[in-house]
Design a protein around this ligand. Structure first.
Ligand code: PRX
Length: 652
């Protein structure tokens, strides 16, 4: 990645540049957010509707770890996302536009007033089923209006939602249900992705052979054949008959849990990252407002799935709290053809498009014609999220999609941060292709070396490269790992005492721009999806023929990183292509299609130190085709192994 200053792309013409914040305003507001967080966040919080407005703001410590925001305030985030717009006379504004997988099927538009009706119906149905405040509700839904409604309905009655992405397997669903002792599931009969049917209810049935729940609410979507278990499963359209026309919002303390979202780490099973109500509400409302510079009446489209944090914060809570019109799309970028995204932008006159580098790269590869045949003049802002964007893809996105005239925001953040942390603001900052930009209000990044020595700080304007930490809490920060606070402390606050460690490597240039270089732990980023290598390894060794496995990431043109697995077999087992295929399918079944290994290399043994530790550094280098810099291999128990590994890699 270049850091040359000549790469600076200026703030676009006033006609399209953001109006939410100029550079002077950014400096002034950022300064205030750091010097007087209390006054700053209290003011931002005033845009929300509180039952009891908070008088306290951030009350936190990173050593010991204790994080509270707005702790004496009470509110309901569903009220802020839906009811208050209706109460303020904006009930006829469009809240959601549903673009189905099938391009000729009906588009559905829902006003805020209609959204309120739908949420009230779903909330009433959940209450009828027996769901109570504080209960965990697992949501396994396709990208439909009902998926969003399910989340808001939980928030309305104070239930904690745990959305599981539709690409996860029955085992993964079961693990998540068990971990948070979720008694309830909301799912659809099936989902659709590029005309393929995703057997959501059947997957839930399979998961529920391993764990049990009290009730499953099933939304009819495709009308496909499914099994219903008497006493446990309820059709939504039946159970919702005659529910009361009103369902008041439960008053929540700002620190009452809002949702759990499972994410991968470098060790063990996925962690249930817990977000609470008030701080998350303020954080998503404020970041959406400033980063996307939304203007009334515009169509905003985030292509993420509600199964990921991007969907939570920037399809549901951020846009809706701002009264925006959000488009949701059930399908995939290349169905029925490679211009589906651009067709949608043209058809709905999308003004703001927020997507992932992996999609940009995949569409770029198909050529410009797919883009240029559509009228994309409605676009006013482009956003990127989920992984580092290579400057080439950035330029294509801006020049071919954005016709070189619109701002691009490259937003760096994480499931744990709740919302955008580092980004340029559209009317304030010149852009650098490949750099996320500058810290958002209240964010104090710091770059440290492996020993914790501070290399660069926001208030010391120096260039440096190292590990990215954040030194002060912000309203949207995750509060804990559900049921395992020690793991929360261990994962994020033990590497560098008193700091939140992001797990990302980062370079800060002389202009104070941050360049995320990727994960520095054993987490890989595959198509913007976070995957723990340990998870894939655990899945592989569950196979009866596998003795040991080591999984690493390697550069992949489209996905960013691919999943590379080194596998040793039990004595007497013969490696061949059929077994490689079988293992690939095995991992798909154990974790889900998103964890499909890209490559399996059989090896008689894994390179280990004399004390038995797998030398991942060497495996990473070999997977990267980088044999020149393997470093010292003399500490290996069996240095001769390396030649065999290299030969195996070259043969693939
Ligand atoms: O490595 C960073 C990468 O994605 C990780 C967070 O993944 P997840 O929790 O699934 O959330 C993804 C959506 C917010 C980070 O640790 N990442 C995310 N955004 C960027 C990024 N890397 C570089 N540039 C980004 N804009």
């Amino acid at each position: 990645m270049t850091q040359a200053h000549d790469q600076l792309v200026p703030v676009p013409d006033a006609a399209v540049a953001g109006t939410s914040c100029t550079l002077e305003q950014y400096r002034e507001m950022y300064g205030r957010s750091i010097e007087d967080p209390h006054g700053f966040w209290l003011k931002q919080a005033q845009r929300l509707n509180w039952v009891a407005p908070p008088t306290r703001v951030g009350d936190w410590s990173f050593d010991p770890v204790r994080i509270n925001w707005f702790a004496d305030g009470t509110l309901n985030i569903c009220f802020n996302a839906v009811d208050r717009h209706v109460n303020a006379g904006r009930g006829e504004d469009i809240a959601l536009i549903f673009e189905p997988d099938d391009p000729v099927a009906d588009v559905r538009k829902l006003t805020y007033a209609q959204l309120l009706e739908e949420v009230v119906r779903m909330a009433g149905t959940l209450l009828r089923m027996g769901v109570a405040k504080g209960d965990r509700v697992t949501i396994y839904m396709p990208m439909t209006i009902e998926g969003v409604v399910a989340m808001l309905a939980c928030a309305r009655i104070g239930a904690i939602h745990s959305v599981v992405f539709g690409g996860f397997s029955p085992d993964a669903i079961a693990g998540r249900i068990e971990d948070c002792a979720s008694d309830w599931v909301i799912c659809a009969d099936e989902g659709l992705r590029g005309a393929k049917r995703i057997p959501l209810k059947a997957n839930v049935d399979a998961a529920l052979k391993k764990v049990s729940v009290r009730g499953v609410l099933v939304v009819r979507h495709t009308g496909g054949e499914i099994d219903m278990t008497e006493g446990r499963d309820h059709w939504y359209h039946e159970l919702s008959q005659g529910v009361p026309a009103e369902c008041p919002c439960v008053t929540m303390n700002a620190e009452d849990p809002l949702f759990i979202l499972y994410t991968s780490g470098s060790t063990g099973k996925p962690k249930g990252v817990l977000h609470t109500t008030g701080g998350y509400a303020v954080w998503t409302e404020t970041t959406f407002r400033y980063v996307f510079d939304y203007r009334a009446g515009e169509i905003y489209w985030c292509t993420a799935d509600i199964g990921w944090v991007t969907g939570h914060s920037y399809i549901v809570y951020g846009p809706l709290q701002n009264g925006a019109t959000a488009l949701i799309f059930e399908g995939v970028p290349n169905y029925p053809e490679h211009d589906r995204f651009w067709r949608i932008v043209d058809k709905h006159k999308v003004a703001i498009l927020y997507t992932a580098p992996t999609a940009i790269r995949a569409l770029m590869r198909e050529g410009d014609d797919w883009v240029t045949r559509h009228d994309l003049s409605s676009l006013r802002l482009l956003g990127s999220v989920g992984e580092p964007i290579n400057p080439e893809a950035w330029r294509w996105y801006r020049d071919v999609v954005g016709k070189s005239r619109v701002p691009v925001v490259d937003t760096w953040w994480q499931t744990e941060t709740g919302g955008v942390m580092i980004t340029t603001l559209p009317g304030a900052h010149a852009m650098k292709p490949g750099s996320a930009g500058r810290p958002f209000f209240g964010i104090r990044p710091q770059i440290v070396d492996n020993e914790g020595k501070v290399l660069a700080d926001e208030d010391k304007n120096v260039a440096a490269e190292g590990n990215l930490c954040i030194t002060a809490s912000w309203p949207g920060q995750a509060r804990t790992v559900y049921g395992d606070h020690d793991r929360f402390v261990q994962t994020y606050f033990s590497h560098y005492k008193g700091k939140y460690f992001t797990g990302d490597g980062c370079r800060r240039d002389g202009d104070g721009y941050y360049w995320i270089t990727g994960r520095v732990d054993d987490v890989i980023n595959v198509s913007g999806h976070r995957m723990g290598t340990a998870e894939v390894e655990s899945a592989l060794v569950l196979h009866e023929k596998v003795s040991e496995a080591a999984v690493v990431g390697y550069p992949h043109d489209i996905k960013g990183q691919g999943i590379y697995c080194y596998v040793t077999l039990k004595a007497g087992e013969e490696p061949d292509d059929d077994l490689a295929r079988e293992l690939r399918n095995w991992v798909r079944t154990e974790i889900g299609p998103i964890a499909s290994p890209d490559h399996i290399q059989f090896t008689p043994a894994l390179p280990k130190t004399r004390s038995g530790k797998i030398m991942r550094r060497i495996l990473r280098k070999i997977a990267e085709d980088d044999y020149g810099s393997l470093g010292d291999t003399s500490t290996l128990a069996d240095p001769s192994l390396v030649d065999g590994l290299i030969a195996g890699r070259k043969n693939r």
